[in-house]
Design a protein around this ligand. Structure first.
Ligand code: FES
Ligand code: MG
Length: 575
């Protein structure tokens, strides 16, 4: 009964049929008042919505979707909105990252199973962006991204208060006795005062910038505040544009080329972006079929300057970034390194979109030759403590600690850390290296954002705000410090991190890209023989599937069987 082949438009394999199944496909959709002529072969566009009250950063997505729909109608398309699993960074336990791959499966299967010719991805809070890009990549239809946009700047007692970053700062002030509980709770109501995602250059703003740098959105996507009318205009224009993209057959893989990922890595350096982008871009590349290696983050991006003076590396917030010119202004400054051949969603190259971008504030977006911070891209470390790599963001670190050897103070897992870090009898000083195990993909599970360990109060009381910290965890994109993350293989998978003991000497040398444990191979072999893997966190359900199949951080922490794409074809009718 299938007559899929004679239709050029994918959706017509459903809506174009003049038989029993065509009746079924159209008739139910008509139940909200869709006239028969809407099924005439015009592009059917799915709006993939991560709206949820449990994802406060995406709470305005119903209104945003309405703007997208207007744009789709205006351009002669037929919009159909659908929900997918939403991932709220602040509420989901043990970490939203545990569910990134699950949401990506929802996205992939929802797109493929339905009569869609093109897709609009509505993304906001950290994990929704990679989840939607990963899932859509595995189908590879014409696709455009729209980010929810950052919140307005937080304001507290006449000053700026950045999402996340301010929490990390103030909670250490409370623990060090420099801020009262009352002030702390007052700040809580001042930080987040509008719709939108974190307005620091945390993971959400970084990933919104990656969407734009990859060419997956219209220009301006990264920085327009969520509640600025121009965010609605962007949504409407994206709705118009996706209809054209379907007609041009501008599928995702024509945009997400190797050049696009290389540009994104350069832009991540330019904005001082989150370390989480490393994992997410590796995972997206794995889906679309681009060969991207962890080490390329260092090779392509590390020597590049950070141009953007935004928290957590600097002082301003995303609103200031938008008014200063936003991401196009950064890309223009990167002229000497950007790959000018990379295509973007509007059909122009990324470079053509940005080459005349203005700059309105040089204190917010610096020039390439007088950067905010030099050589600020992400560095990839190797050594006997991380044979498959580890990540550090030098721009968020204390320069004096980038070469440091110290005595390890070891925590077996995050519970152990929370139990003992405030203990006045803990044998620790500021020269020690805090080591945290069992927070990787399998260990946490889901790779928790536990890497920016709090400092011991007795160190904080001396006025010291940073120590070298090493773990297999991630770190919030809004956090900062001399923090070595994503140590691979992770402790729970039997990586050397599992073998570190109190008192071992750990050497960090970022310039040499080295993370070394000063323990002999013989001693490590002895410890390995005595090592026992931690108990599996679950014996059923998603967590078991995840732990059994998740790859290590250096590969993007995707599930092994999700890597790659299988296109949009469906072999069977549903009746
Ligand atoms: Fe959603 Fe920060 S918590 S973006
Ligand atoms: Mg985060």
């Amino acid at each position: 009964m299938s007559d899929t082949k004679k239709f050029t438009r994918r959706s017509q394999a459903w809506f174009g049929r003049q038989d029993r199944d065509g009746f079924i496909y159209r008739s139910w959709v008509k139940n909200r008042g869709i006239p028969h002529d809407q099924f005439d072969g015009r592009p059917v566009i799915g709006i993939c919505n991560t709206y949820s009250e449990l994802t406060p950063c995406n709470s305005h997505f119903r209104a945003l979707a309405e703007q997208v729909k207007i744009g789709i109608w205006e351009a002669g398309g037929f919009p159909l909105e659908f929900p997918v699993m939403s991932l709220g960074e602040t509420l989901m336990r043990p970490t939203a990252m545990l569910f990134r791959n699950l949401a990506s499966m929802d996205v992939e299967e929802s797109i493929r199973a339905n009569p869609l010719d093109g897709v609009v991805l509505l993304m906001g809070c950290d994990k929704t962006t990679p989840a939607l890009l990963m899932g859509a990549s595995s189908v590879d239809l014409p696709t455009i991204g729209i980010s929810g946009g950052p919140m307005l700047s937080g304001k507290y007692r006449g000053g700026e208060l950045g999402s996340g970053t301010g929490v990390w700062q103030m909670s250490e002030e409370v623990r060090g006795g420099h801020m009262s509980q009352e002030e702390f709770f007052e700040a809580e109501s001042c930080m987040h005062r509008s719709h939108g995602h974190c307005m620091t250059m945390g993971t959400a703003s970084t990933m919104a910038s990656m969407v734009e740098a990859l060419g997956m959105s219209l220009p301006g996507n990264a920085a327009i505040p969520a509640v600025d009318a121009r965010r609605n205009v962007l949504a409407r224009n994206s709705g118009r544009r996706i209809v054209e993209m379907v007609k041009e057959d501008l599928i995702m893989s024509k945009i997400l080329t190797k050049a696009a990922f290389e540009n994104a890595i350069r832009v991540n350096a330019g904005i001082g972006g989150s370390t989480n982008a490393v994992i997410h871009l590796l995972a997206i590349a794995g889906r679309i079929g681009v060969d991207l290696k962890l080490e390329e983050w260092d090779k392509i991006g590390q020597q590049l300057p950070c141009l953007v003076n935004l928290q957590p590396s600097g002082k301003y917030l995303m609103e200031d970034f938008y008014y200063a010119g936003g991401l196009p202004s950064v890309i223009r400054e990167l002229e000497s390194v950007i790959d000018k051949s990379a295509l973007s969603a509007n059909g122009q190259t990324l470079w053509d979109n940005c080459k005349d971008a203005p700059n309105w504030n040089r204190d917010v977006i610096h020039a390439f030759d007088t950067p905010f911070k030099a050589a600020a891209g992400i560095a990839i470390l190797h050594g006997n403590l991380c044979p498959d790599g580890a990540v550090i963001k030098p721009s968020a670190a204390t320069p004096a600690l980038l070469k440091h050897t110290g005595r390890a103070v070891v925590f077996e897992n995050s519970d152990d850390l929370h139990k003992r870090i405030d203990d006045e009898n803990l044998d620790v000083d500021e020269n020690c290296v805090l080591v945290l195990k069992n927070c990787g993909p399998k260990g946490y599970p889901g790779m928790g954002e536990a890497g920016n360990m709090p400092l011991p109060p007795k160190v904080l009381r001396k006025g010291i705000t940073d120590m070298v910290r090493v773990s297999d965890a991630r770190m919030s994109g809004t956090a900062y410090g001399t923090v070595v993350l994503h140590v691979t293989p992770e402790a729970a998978a039997g990586g050397p991190l599992a073998l570190v003991q109190d008192g071992d000497l750990v050497e960090l040398d970022v310039e040499a890209r080295k993370l070394h444990l000063h323990v002999s191979d013989e001693e490590l072999a002895r410890r390995r023989a005595a090592w026992q893997a931690p108990k599996a966190p679950a014996d059923r359900g998603w967590v078991k599937l995840y732990v059994d199949h998740v790859q290590q951080a250096n590969l993007g922490a995707d599930l092994d069987f999700l890597v790659g794409k299988s296109g949009s074809g469906i072999p069977k009718d549903n009746h």
